[in-house]
Design a protein around this ligand. Sequence first.
Ligand SMILES: NC(=O)c1ccc[n+]([C@@H]2O[C@H](COP(=O)([O-])OP(=O)(O)OC[C@H]3O[C@@H](n4cnc5c(N)ncnc54)[C@H](OP(=O)(O)O)[C@@H]3O)[C@@H](O)[C@H]2O)c1
Ligand SMILES: *[C@@H]1O[C@H](CO)[C@@H](O)[C@H](O)[C@H]1NC(C)=O
Ligand SMILES: *[C@@H]1O[C@H](CO)[C@@H](O)[C@H](O)[C@H]1NC(C)=O
Length: 292
Amino acid sequence: MGLLKKILVPFAGLVLAFWFYSGKEDFKPEMLKGKRVIVTGASMGIGEQMAYHLARMGSHILITARTEAKLQKVVTRCLELGAASASYMNGSMEDMVFAELVVKKAEELWGNLDMLILNHVGQSYFNYFDKNIGHVKKLLDINFLSYVTMTAAALPMLKNSGGSIVVVSSLAGKIGFPFVTAYSATKFALDGFFSSLRQEFAMQNTNISITLCILGLINTETAMKAISGVMTSPAAPKEECALEIIKGAALRQREVYYEYTSARIPLFIREWAPDLLDYLIRSQYNVEKLKD
Ligand SMILES: NC(=O)c1ccc[n+]([C@@H]2O[C@H](COP(=O)([O-])OP(=O)(O)OC[C@H]3O[C@@H](n4cnc5c(N)ncnc54)[C@H](OP(=O)(O)O)[C@@H]3O)[C@@H](O)[C@H]2O)c1
Ligand SMILES: *[C@@H]1O[C@H](CO)[C@@H](O)[C@H](O)[C@H]1NC(C)=O
Ligand SMILES: *[C@@H]1O[C@H](CO)[C@@H](O)[C@H](O)[C@H]1NC(C)=O
């Protein structure tokens, strides 16, 4: 790991970063000014931070989550920060009727939609697979099916505006990590669905961008609580993470990796040494600290 960290990692990072960023348009906050944006799972964590960035950039914002009191606070803060407008809708994404209603509300408010940021995730455990199939089903509803439902409902507006779909996923949606079986499955499902849909859009000349976001560990309350003691890897800041997602979305990138190097390197290693990668991943866990 010493040699890997010292030489291979920075070198590969440099090559990849150069390849990825070369010849790309620059991001400007004005790109989001006046844009009509839905952010799901915005009562806390990365979603909340995305709402604040969008507010500073002067977007119209509609946020959702289950907890009304938290959403009210985020809306108030968005208005203070300069949002063109800010509203919320509370409800659970287990319910596909609610998922559709959120899109309907955007239509009522604005008559159109520029960006659909799909970010919410249902609660899940951080431990060995517990054979609870009900939990897997529920998580697929919340983390996957509601994303598809909202996308389907929003397609007419997004076609009309030449808009964007932003899907917040995880490194666990590209690589197998232990203790997140169901979560990982829902994130892999998102990659499959939205990568296939992106191809169809290209074939049909549908001008809707799809940005899949591959995030490493981020310092949100939920993530820090889940891994506490078990993993000691450093977590990246949620504020910067939120900004990188918005930048990638505005630039209509197919994927966003954050943090860039630490998210790209494992995928790079997997190409030629998947067993080595699995070993390196396993070595970062303190299994004795798993909660019973
Ligand atoms: N943090 C990380 O380390 C990390 C790493 C990789 C990827 N990600 C991804 O980044 C995204 C945001 O993660 P985060 O850490 O910011 O999460 P978080 O802080 O736990 O926030 C999750 C959001 O989803 C909402 N939510 C939970 N259950 C819901 C339900 N049944 N229906 C509707 N909304 C629900 C929560 O609000 P309510 O509880 O009020 O409903 C909250 O607003 C997720 O897609 C996650 O997979 C995070
Ligand atoms: C929204 O929150 C309020 C207050 O907590 C609750 O009474 C209402 O049932 C919620 N609406 C939905 C759709 O869950
Ligand atoms: C697609 O939509 C974007 C954003 O609305 C716009 O800038 C771009 O010119 C459109 N592209 C085509 C081919 O219509």
